[in-house]
Design a protein around this ligand. Structure first.
Ligand code: SF4
Ligand code: SF4
Length: 401
């Protein structure tokens, strides 16, 4: 395993961190404890020493805590988890959430603690007004929090304001070759590094969009340029992030021991500044193709779910993007699966009542109801809509008989 030094603490961190959010079963809110244990065990065997979870990942902290206790690995890893700051209404809430997190994680301290999913400095100002600065200082003094930071999904302009707002130890930003100018972007990574902060990268493969959902033309470009350890789209995407010496660690949400093995092998080989000018040129060509097809920047994180109307929001956006990348029939077929058209009550995008609940939670700040309208126009136009309604009525009548 390749290790990099956290400039703020001096900790030696594996260049690859284990994002725990996507353990099998996460879509149902019930991560599989046995699978999680196997993944964590393999990750530590492969040299990974950083695990990232959050209060808001359903069942995840408890799953991680139980696995570490069973495996006896607490002292071998750094644990990162996050405060659900939007749910903090009073000063006492900081203790309430934090104590619950310690209990779930079966530990007496958190190595890396984050304000979760900051999209605007106003969110920090809200908890600052409740006294969080004093609270953090006390936790640090008492050794219950070791390093403090924030995960960020806001604009490039607001990012330096967040850096100025507190004496942070680290930041966690979305960064990959398709997002150089999106959210914190390259400028944010450089700025945080220049200030002596550790820089942790999330979404290095854009929730899989830079792997299996990469447009065919882009996959062809990468295939033709294969060399050394750069064989698959994942190799290219991860190596591009690690090519930056300013990046302390990259988090990957691994859902199987095989993924751990694959990513750990890339981490061994992908050293800082290792990519050649011609390989970087290849990536630039892939970005050009990707941008032509990437109509909705959904990463499939599921934060917007559940929708009260049952709409599979990430599934519908994936189908919409696929309709540009792979053709309208592929998109339609994916849309029919995502919206359960073979049942008596399909969850079509036209069922959206524009309540806005989903958009409030989207880290990519997608105007979800508006973009679902785009999906409806493309994948559920008049004739398709009429056919789906007839089909649904037929199924309902059949079920009633
Ligand atoms: S706005 Fe539409 S898609 Fe979003 S939660 Fe409400 S009904 Fe569901
Ligand atoms: S729409 Fe936003 S919140 Fe929902 S899955 Fe996509 S990126 Fe995540």
């Amino acid at each position: 395993m390749q290790y990099r030094t956290d400039p703020a603490s001096g900790n030696r961190l594996s260049a690859l961190g284990l994002g725990c959010m996507r353990f099998p079963g996460y879509q149902l809110g019930r991560p599989d404890a046995k699978a999680a244990q196997d993944i964590i065990s393999r990750a530590v065997e492969r040299g990974i020493n950083y695990l990232d979870t959050a209060y808001l990942y359903p069942g995840n902290e408890a799953c991680v805590g139980m696995a570490l206790e069973k495996l006896g690995l607490r002292d071998k890893v750094f644990i990162a988890t996050k405060l659900p700051h939007a749910s903090c209404k009073r000063t006492e809430d900081f203790d309430r959430f934090f104590n619950e997190q310690l209990k779930r994680l079966r530990t007496d301290h958190i190595d890396y603690y984050l304000m979760h999913n900051i999209t605007s400095p106003a969110q920090w100002e809200h908890v600052a007004a409740l006294g969080i600065k004093d609270w953090i200082a006390r936790q640090k003094r008492e050794g219950r929090i070791r390093q403090i930071g924030f995960s960020y999904h806001g604009s490039a302009d607001d990012f330096p304001r967040m850096l100025d707002a507190y004496d942070w130890d680290f930041v966690q930003v979305q960064y990959n070759y398709a997002n150089e100018h999106y959210q914190a972007g390259t400028a944010g990574v450089m700025e945080a590094h220049a200030r002596g902060l550790a820089v942790f990268v999330m979404e290095p493969l854009l929730g899989g969009r830079l792997v299996d959902k990469l447009p065919r033309a882009a996959q062809e470009i990468l295939k033709k340029a294969r060399a050394g350890h750069l064989q698959t789209p994942a190799d290219w995407g991860l190596s591009w992030v690690w090519n930056h010496p300013q990046v302390t660690m990259l988090l990957s949400g691994m859902a199987s021991t095989e993924q751990v093995d694959q990513n750990a092998s890339i981490a061994d080989a992908a050293l800082p500044k290792a990519m050649t000018p011609s390989q970087l040129e290849t990536i630039a060509r892939v970005v050009e193709v990707f941008e032509r097809f990437n109509r909705v920047p959904c990463t499939g994180c599921n934060y917007c779910m559940p929708c009260p109307q049952g709409i599979n929001i990430p599934g519908c956006f994936a189908a919409y993007n696929a309709s540009f990348a792979y053709g309208r029939w592929t998109g339609l077929s994916q849309y029919f699966t995502a919206s359960a058209v073979r049942t008596a009550s399909p969850k079509l995008v036209s069922n959206c009542i524009h309540c806005g609940k989903c958009a409030r939670h989207c880290p990519q700040q997608i105007d979800i109801p508006a973009r679902l309208e785009d999906v409806r126009h493309r994948l559920q136009p008049g004739p398709v809509d009429a056919a789906l309604r007839v089909l649904a009525r037929f199924r309902r009548d059949g079920a009633a008989e």
